[in-house]
Design a protein around this ligand. Sequence first.
Ligand code: HGY
Ligand code: MN
Ligand code: MN
Length: 398
Amino acid sequence: MWRELLPVGRYDAGGGYRRHAWNSADAECRAWFAEQARARGLALEVDRNGNQWAWWGDPAAGDAVVTGSHLDSVPDGGAYDGPLGVVAALTAVDVLRERGRRPARPVGVVNFADEEGARFGVACTGSRLAAGALAPDRARALTDADGVRLGDAMERAGHDPYAIGPDATRLARIGAFVELHIEQGRHLGDHPVGVAAAIWPHGRWRFDFHGEANHAGTTRLADRRDPMLGYAAAVLAAREQARRRGSLATFGRVAVQPGGTNAIASLVRGWLDCRAPDEATLDATVAAIHRAAEEQTAPERVRVAVERESYTPVVDFDGPLRDRLAGVIGAATGREVPVLPTGAGHDAGILSAAVPTAMLFVRNPTGVSHSPYEAAEEPDCLAGAAALADVLEELACS
Ligand code: HGY
Ligand code: MN
Ligand code: MN
């Protein structure tokens, strides 16, 4: 499975992946998933929000045990973020069958649509829509860098964009959701597998700096309304405020209009990704970055407008489920399993508002993620899949 998926959507120059919502690489990933379901005799469903489900047993029976993750990537992302959880989920189903186990409850494998939000800006679009955490009108109107609306991209990929929206009935059939994911720091030490405790609250904010386009060679410094200076101040403030408050703040994306080397910009648009251990710290970090940008831009007569594009409150994963997972893996490996929080967002975090949810992490030896250099050792991936199989057996077969 891994070898088959590896070339799909890989951008040769840098080796990273460009599997973005509803593009051709995404379609290939989805076709791969459908084929994996077919080959196992699992019933494939594509829900109204574009998420794919492969069922062993009838989901209408309820109290289903679901596992899976996503197949899309960030721009030039790594191979593991998302796909490891889907491949491990399918592997876990195979292992249960090899063990001759017959689940007492339906078992589902899911591929959530558009987890990274790389193309349209909002992360976890598929799970957010299903959970009612993203308004369908807003989702349809999101645009990519070329001005293509999410609704139109979905329609071109063969999905009805007017069907999207809350899917409470589907979520109510799920008794437990477990997502396996590569760990995205370097926090597992000598343990191949860990269990998630919590996800830091996080969000994305768009900073628009409105200035005035003018000639780089003739406009006196005193006459300029240069929005780039405010943007630069915001970037520096992001680092400083995050350092002071124990948060993480990143401007990883910027768009400049008109974007000429010999022209002062009329608009600089920067996107801030901010995360913190608690919501008060998160809000204070963003407010301080906003203030620093305004202080810098006032003398230059540049207007700053900040819009929050997404926000995910703190997630504390279901305590009893987490303890049950840690117990099962601890018993199988003879070692206590690390239970750790993460700063990375996941569909599991969105689902946890509606469904008892847990996560397993597989060791990342370098800690690098959202990069072509993201890596995991094969024995650790196999240990993760084995742990997931044990967990599925515990949850679905007993
Ligand atoms: O950005 C995130 O935290 C996640 O990897 N989607
Ligand atoms: Mn990611
Ligand atoms: Mn991911």
